[in-house]
Design a protein around this ligand. Structure first.
Ligand code: NAD
Length: 423
């Protein structure tokens, strides 16, 4: 048993990622010599991150960087600052990054990083010191040709700027390509901020076409109102879809006639106020929100939100997974039996890594593209990945999730077989 040999990875998220991998590997008849290699990360780094607090005391936080695979190129993946970050969760997220990049055809392997910290409890100066020390600790692993971090839960463009600066100070010159999701002023890309949400909406559009529905006829519910959730809601609203409800960690709001998303965003931003105080809709709990009747449900918060407890109660026709790993294995089988069309996470939220790839290419070429270029190229890549996944699912008679995982795993396996085993 994997969890017995590697107790440090033993979390429900890692077990979910491995169980998905095993199922996909069985369907593929994956070469047994590759199974063990692909199930575990290639490299794992655990770091202690000591920082001086504003009151003069010193606190030590635990951080990680995990590189799951580098057969196809440098590894790529976000950095999460959250009080429940765990090595096993980071390892699972790194594995999903490998399959995601391979599925959409990017020249990357998968990685992920994190620090177990509640960033909202730190002052800005403490957050900067934490970010810089974490970056210095993982510096031996990262670099534009080695491993390229990006924002994830609890991190943003400012944190990427501090990471870029810390790495650049160490090597002695500016290295914009070491992270993506940076501010535009230091080599960030137009269109990166809303890329994941835009990608989510592109694939929702493709799924609606299969149901012979238009965006303007659909209704949507979004769990999570951070980078992915807020931009998904905003772009759905722009496309004419009624967004009935949204939520954050503190709870949600609901309006049967559709929320005024632009007004909500401006009030929410002029915060720091809870969604419920924005006077845009009725308060609703996260549990109730997931069970609202709608065309599309977009989980865009944390993993394992749709479980055996609530899967039978979902009343959506399409589940577009903005978050990574929002659905447990048991829930997945229930949703499949109920014929809910799932756009799996590694496909639905791949817009983030696709535009991160554009940012990295622009930084290396030192030649920057227009926002329209970015949007057009994102649409081409993500909608063709959607079509390939649908065709694969139909031809192999597997679910959309299995089709996406099998495509990503197979591409990674082909690279390993071509390269061989060193030495
Ligand atoms: P974020 O920190 O910007 O936002 C997270 C949101 O989820 C916040 O609104 C938070 O309040 C809310 N939340 C937290 N716990 C919740 C709970 N129990 N119930 C409801 N809401 C809750 O993070 P993000 O970057 O938007 O990431 C969200 C998800 O999308 C994560 O799973 C992440 O891995 C995934 N993802 C992000 C990107 C990206 O580009 N940022 C790309 C791909 C996937």
């Amino acid at each position: 048993m994997l969890s017995e040999s590697y107790p440090e990875f033993n979390t429900s998220t890692f077990r979910l990622a491995v169980a998905q991998f095993e199922e996909a590997a069985d369907h593929l008849g994956l070469d047994p010599r590759l199974r063990e290699r692909l199930k575990l990360p290639q490299r794992t780094l655990i770091v202690s991150v000591p920082i001086r607090m504003d009151d003069g005391s010193v606190k030590v936080y635990e951080g990680y960087r995990v590189q799951h695979d580098t057969a196809l190129g440098p590894s790529k993946g976000g950095v999460r600052f959250h009080p429940e970050v765990h090595l096993g969760e980071v390892a699972a997220l790194a594995m999903w990054m490998t399959w995601k990049s391979a599925l959409v055809g990017l020249p990357y392997g998968g990685a992920k990083g994190g620090v177990r910290v509640a960033p909202e409890k730190l002052s800005l100066a403490e957050l900067e010191r934490l970010t810089r020390r974490y970056t210095a600790e993982i510096a031996p692993l990262i670099g534009p040709d080695e491993d390229i971090p990006a924002p994830d839960v609890g991190t943003n463009a400012q944190i990427m700027a501090w990471m870029m600066d810390t790495y650049s100070q160490q090597v002695g010159y500016a290295v914009p390509g070491v992270v993506t999701g940076k501010p535009l002023s230091i080599g960030g890309s137009l269109g990166r901020e809303d890329a994941t949400g835009r990608g989510v909406v592109e694939v929702i559009g493709e799924a609606l076409k299969r149901l012979n529905m238009k965006m303007a006829e659909a209704t949507a519910v979004v769990q999570g109102f951070g980078n992915v959730g807020m931009h998904s809601a905003k772009i759905l609203h722009q496309a004419g879809t009624k967004v009935l409800a949204v939520s954050d960690a503190k709870g949600g709001i609901y309006n049967a006639g559709g929320l005024d998303i632009p007004a909500l965003i401006s009030r929410y931003h002029s915060k720091t106020r809870p969604l419920g105080d924005c006077e845009i809709g009725k308060e609703i709990s996260n549990e109730e929100l997931l069970q609202l009747p709608c065309t599309v449900l977009v989980p865009a918060a944390l993993s394992e939100q749709i479980t055996i407890r609530n899967a039978a109660k979902l009343r959506c026709r399409i589940l577009a997974e903005g978050a990574n790993g929002p659905t447990t294995l048991e829930a997945d089988h229930i949703l499949e039996e109920r014929n809910i069309f799932i756009i799996p996470d590694i496909l639905a939220n791949s817009g983030g890594v696709i535009v991160s790839y554009f940012e990295w290419v622009q930084d290396i070429q030192k030649y920057f593209w227009t926002e329209q270029d970015i949007r057009d190229r994102l649409r081409n890549i993500i909608t063709s990945a959607f079509q390939r996944t649908v065709e694969f699912a139909d031809s192999r008679k597997v679910s959309m999730r299995m089709a996406a995982l099998m495509s990503g795993i197979d591409k990674t396996a082909q690279a390993h077989l071509a390269r061989g085993l060193y030495p």
